[in-house]
Ligand binder design. Structure first.
Ligand SMILES: [Zn+2]
Length: 298
């Protein structure tokens, strides 16, 4: 697991909001660990919040901001995947917003949510504090395939991508603005997060993730809001695809030459940190090697 350098990982502050399109605001994560980029997307009738922040106190801040922004409009909540900083504040929205998720994500939450709560509480005192009082709640509406949400004059598309970073990843597309929220399928300024924790969780797939990236590139978004890090253009997705392909090729070449997984992980981490000296959290390279070591060409 990564080591958190800042004193209080996971604390959402509603500051530095960016209106990236008309009536579409992002509360940026400001490069803070365990804080996602949070979206508030509005139409004439309703407002959709994307991501909750980690734990009920962070989510209450997000809810308060969304209620203020909505000024009486109906509220919806969706999340890009089940990981704690994206979903584990949903309880704060109960009774205030309709919570929407695809079935694979609802399944991830039901199957693995409690285990992740335990694991994250073990990451440190500050993280545990944010997770105090978490109750995992099921979404109000669970859908199969894509879900089009009409906010009034603006239709938002909730699109499950198929397995990549998790089993239940979805992107949130705002076609009129050319905006795509990717969740942790895309990060900027850091190595791709591979939640490869055998035997507890092995749903992440490097091979699947590369395919997802190609399909998202084909959607031609103009603005990409990653799970963590700076907002950018479509090149953010291409950068992740390129990195994942490098990681796959470097891993498979050594595996096919008979090297052990451990030796590959050490070598490939050195190769990747050499190629991407500015990227944070290089420990995720080794997890990525572990995942790809177990995979074969699709
Ligand atoms: Zn994640």
């Amino acid at each position: 697991m990564p080591e958190y350098g800042q004193p209080e990982p996971g604390v959402v502050e509603i500051t530095g909001e960016q209106e990236i399109a008309p009536d579409l605001v992002v509360v940026p994560n400001r490069h803070l660990d365990l804080v996602p980029n949070i979206g508030v997307i509005a139409g004439t009738d309703s407002v959709l919040v994307v991501e909750t922040g980690m734990g009920p106190r962070n989510a209450e801040k997000v809810l308060k901001f969304a209620v203020g922004h909505a000024r009486g409009r109906r509220l919806y909540l969706t999340t890009t995947h089940f990981h704690p900083e994206h979903t584990f504040g949903a309880q704060a929205f109960a009774g205030h917003a309709t919570y929407l998720a695809n079935w694979a994500q609802a399944d991830d939450l039901a199957e693995k949510g409690a285990g992740y709560l335990e694991m994250f509480r073990g990451l440190g005192e500050w993280v545990a504090r944010q997770l105090e009082g978490v109750e995992l709640i099921a979404p109000d509406v669970v859908y199969d395939g894509s879900y089009d949400l009409d906010l009034g004059g603006r239709v938002v598309q909730l699109r499950p991508t198929g397995r990549g970073h998790t089993k239940g990843d979805q992107v949130v597309m705002v076609p009129d603005a050319g905006v795509m929220f990717t969740g942790d399928l895309v990060e900027t300024g850091q190595f791709a997060i591979f939640p490869w924790f055998p035997p507890y969780d092995t749903d992440v797939t490097g091979v699947g993730w590369i395919g997802v990236m190609q399909r998202l590139i084909d959607e031609r978004p103009r603005v990409v809001v990653p799970g963590h890090g700076d907002i950018g253009g479509p090149e953010l997705i291409a950068d992740v695809r390129d990195y994942l392909e490098e990681l796959r090729d470097e891993t498979w070449r050594r595996r096919d030459a008979g090297m052990s997984e451990q030796a590959i992980a050490a070598e490939v981490r050195a190769v990747m940190t050499g190629r991407h000296p500015d990227w944070a959290q290089p420990e995720w390279v080794e997890r990525g090697v572990g995942c790809l070591y177990s995979e074969r060409a699709a």
